[in-house]
Design a protein around this ligand. Sequence first.
Ligand SMILES: [Zn+2]
Length: 245
Amino acid sequence: MAPRGGAENESERLEGEALDLLIELARLDEKIDLAEETKYKRPRELEQQTRAVAAQQKKVDEAHEMVVAAKKRIDALNVESQGHEAEIKRLEGQLFSLKTNEEFNAMKHQIKGREEKNEQVQDRILELMMALDELEDRLKAETEALEDERKLLAEEERRTQEDLARAETRIKDLGAKREELAAKLPADLYQLYQSVRTRRGGVGLAHVEGDICKGCDTGLLPQIVARLAARHLETCPHCDRILYL
Ligand SMILES: [Zn+2]
């Protein structure tokens, strides 16, 4: 390697120092981005829980409707059964005022028909009562599940508020540190970093492993790697990111 003059050494030293500052700045940016992500994500996670409560409320409403419908049906059947019973009583009252055997037997037959109908109604009521028991158990379980979801939501709301406040403080603190650091960087380097960051998904620096830019997983020319080793500032020809070893 050719001997190097003092000016070259000086420029390497300055570029190396700027690169160290830039690496520090990029780490801060990573942390700030993470806090910003929390600010974005947390309210959306809360929305999910709000939706879960609404979905469970719907299940409770449906179960409640089914209970009400079953009770209504049972009430209607009870009214029907009372009608049959009243009619049976009325017919039975007439039974002994009948004059002929035929009339008596015909009336008996009519009463029997009513009794059979009433039995069918009673059977149906019993079935519905058993179904109602199950529906009421389900309503109870769904209502309990709704309580759980509501508790989760309240807890989630509290945690979200805390996380957002924490993220806000962190962004403020890190932002102040960032400003200090940015002021120490050469203006053109800072601008380069910012513009690459804007264009490349918020990441302005790329680590080099071997001869690979880890920003875009592309191989670099040996000259670039050699200049990096000598602490010069280099950018990746493929992804434009500022490189460091
Ligand atoms: Zn690259």
